[in-house]
Every structure is written in structure tokens, then in C-alpha cells.
Design a protein around this ligand. Structure first.
Ligand code: ZN
Length: 330
């Protein structure tokens, strides 16, 4: 008899068990998510607009939504979104309009991408088809894509950022470019602390926008991400420095190098662990100045949010990548 008393408890435990199993299955893996996303891009690419153009615009929108609170953060597989005015037409009195006919009458840009009879602002297929159609009007060359982006966003940095993402997707033929690496191969000796915001004496009042990694002169410096070299050369603060832009609108900045990896130039594509240069003590003066401080790598991270770019503390990312590299014994 006493066992009957326990039955409700068994039932609760059983349902809890199913709940855990089912919810674990419903949570899509990152791999699955990227696959679904890619299927959308492939479905709506056309002879003028390859999948990586659609993917780059969508990724840029995802990037800015994550760091902006003045625009809606669109949940789901596709991040691309349009304003109601753009979609339905500014003068359209119906701000929920999904009729392709009346949207067209009010000069709205929203289109029906999947043939269900509705041009729905919330429908991923309609949204991608509308963007693909807009881009198709310009042509498939990179300059034509740039012009389309300029007409849409009216901001040069945004155009450059999207072109960078498109070229990375095109080159690697995958959306899976999230891997990172610690900037110094972990078999070398190095040390670093969180020095975000500390004062810097040289060049007037500046705060320290980055993390200093101390290592011996000549220790290799490697790319921390997939990206394209946006700047390479001399800067009076950073000395010999390199800036790499990734698919997350993030700019990775490596300064005070002794020298660059031979042959490396602006526009080159790099991967995590591509050697880009060597630890040095260049900077704080005119071109070629060195030896004004101990050798170290200054590493900075900057984010473009579609309006402006700002520095953020790289220290937590560095600790994470260091741990990942140690775990995989890189
Ligand atoms: Zn520094």
C-alpha cells in the first residue's frame, strides 16, 4: 500500500525526465542553426546575388542588433529586418499591410518571396527575397554590390564591413567562422593582466584601450580570428601595427610589433593562428622608433555598431581563448 502513496512522486519525476530530454532535443546546435541559415541564403540567391552577399547583409544586421538598443533585436534564424515604412510605404495608412498589391501601390518595397500571397515583414522568406531583389537591381560585381549597400545604408564603414564579411564567407565557403585563438602560441612564455582604462603617459591624456601581453622580443603573434587585414603599417602610438576585421564587426588590433610576417599586406585573409608578426617594442615616436618600453603585444578590440566604433575590454576574451587553447594543447 505504501507504494501507492509514492505514485504521484514517480509521475512527477517521470514527466521531469521527459521534459529534460525533450527540451535538450529542441535546442538546436550551432551547427544545425548555421545549416538552416545557409539553406535560406541558397534558396534566395540568384544570378546577380550570390548566397554570401545575402549572408553578409544578414550577419551585419545580426551584429548591430546585438549591441544596439534603438533597433529591435530580431530573434530567430534570420536577423535581416526592414522598417514598416520601407516595407509598406511611408504613406500607407495600414501599418500591418501584407497585401503585395496595396504595398506596391504605396511604393513599399516588401515582396512575397514564397508565393503564399502575402508580403509579410515577419516572414524570413519574404524578407530575404525582398533584399535579394533590391540587390539584383545593381549587378553582381563587388563595386555594384558596394553601390547597392551605399544606397541602402549611406555609410562607408558599413559598406566596408559587409564587403569584408561577404569576402570571408566566399573564401571559406562556410558560415562557421567563429573559432578564436589566443594571440600568442601558448607554448611560449607570456604574462598579462586586466589593465583596461589605466593611464598612459605618452601622447597626452589617454586611457589604455586594450590588454598588454608581455613576452620576449621576437615571439610570434597570431591572428585571434578569421578576418581580413584592414590596416598594416606604422602608427606613432602603436608602432608597427596590424588591424584585422572579423565577421562580427569586431576589429582586432595588434601593436608594438618588432616586424610583420613577410609578405603580409592589407586585404589579406587570415585564420585563427595565422602568424601575422612578432612581439616587439616599436612605437611612441616617428616611424621606426623602438625601445621606449619593454617588449609586449598590445591587443585591442573595437566594435562597429553601424553608427560608430568603440573600444571594449579584450581581457575576458583573452582569458577564454587562452583556456580553450590550453585545453586543446595548441
Ligand atoms: Zn598597451
Amino acid at each position: 500500500m505504501r507504494h501507492w502513496f509514492l505514485l504521484p512522486i514517480y509521475l512527477i519525476m517521470l514527466s521531469l525526465f521527459f521534459f529534460v530530454v525533450v527540451s535538450a532535443q529542441e535546442q538546436p546546435t550551432q551547427e544545425k542553426l548555421l545549416e538552416e541559415r545557409m539553406n535560406y541564403y541558397l534558396k534566395f540567391e540568384n544570378e546577380f546575388v550570390p548566397w554570401y552577399y545575402l549572408a553578409a547583409v544578414d550577419q551585419f544586421e545580426r551584429n548591430i542588433q546585438q549591441v544596439r538598443n534603438d533597433i529591435p533585436n530580431k530573434e530567430g534564424i534570420i536577423a535581416l529586418q526592414f522598417t514598416k515604412d520601407y516595407w509598406m510605404g511611408e504613406l500607407n495608412p495600414n501599418k500591418e499591410d501584407t497585401s503585395p498589391l496595396s504595398i506596391a501601390i504605396f511604393a513599399g518595397k516588401g515582396l512575397d518571396g514564397n508565393g503564399d500571397g502575402y508580403a509579410d515583414l515577419e516572414d524570413n522568406e519574404d524578407v530575404l527575397f525582398t533584399m535579394a531583389t533590391f540587390l539584383s537591381g545593381y549587378g553582381s560585381a563587388e563595386e555594384e554590390f558596394s553601390l547597392a549597400l551605399w544606397d541602402y545604408y549611406k555609410r562607408e564603414e558599413t559598406v566596408n564591413q559587409i564587403i569584408t564579411i561577404a569576402n570571408l564567407y566566399k573564401h571559406f565557403e562556410t558560415l562557421d567562422l567563429d573559432e578564436h585563438a589566443f594571440p600568442i602560441p601558448i607554448k611560449h612564455n607570456y604574462s598579462f593582466q586586466g589593465t583596461w582604462g589605466a593611464n598612459r603617459g605618452w601622447g597626452g591624456r589617454r586611457i589604455h584601450e586594450g590588454t598588454d601581453l608581455f613576452a620576449s622580443y621576437g615571439v610570434p603573434v597570431q591572428s585571434t580570428s578569421y578576418g581580413i587585414i584592414e590596416t598594416l603599417g606604422w602608427n606613432e602610438y602603436g608602432g608597427w601595427r596590424i588591424g584585422i576585421r572579423d565577421i562580427h564587426n569586431t576589429y582586432h588590433y595588434f601593436a608594438h610589433l618588432a616586424y610583420f610576417n613577410e609578405g603580409l599586406k592589407e586585404g589579406d585573409i587570415v585564420e585563427p593562428r595565422t602568424t601575422i608578426g612578432y612581439v616587439g617594442n616599436s612605437g611612441y615616436g616617428k616611424k621606426g622608433t623602438s625601445g621606449k618600453f619593454p617588449p609586449h603585444l598590445h591587443y585591442g578590440m573595437y566594435k562597429d555598431n553601424g553608427r560608430t566604433e568603440w573600444a571594449f575590454d579584450p581581457y575576458p576574451s583573452l582569458r577564454l581563448w587562452e583556456r580553450q587553447d590550453r585545453n586543446t594543447d595548441r
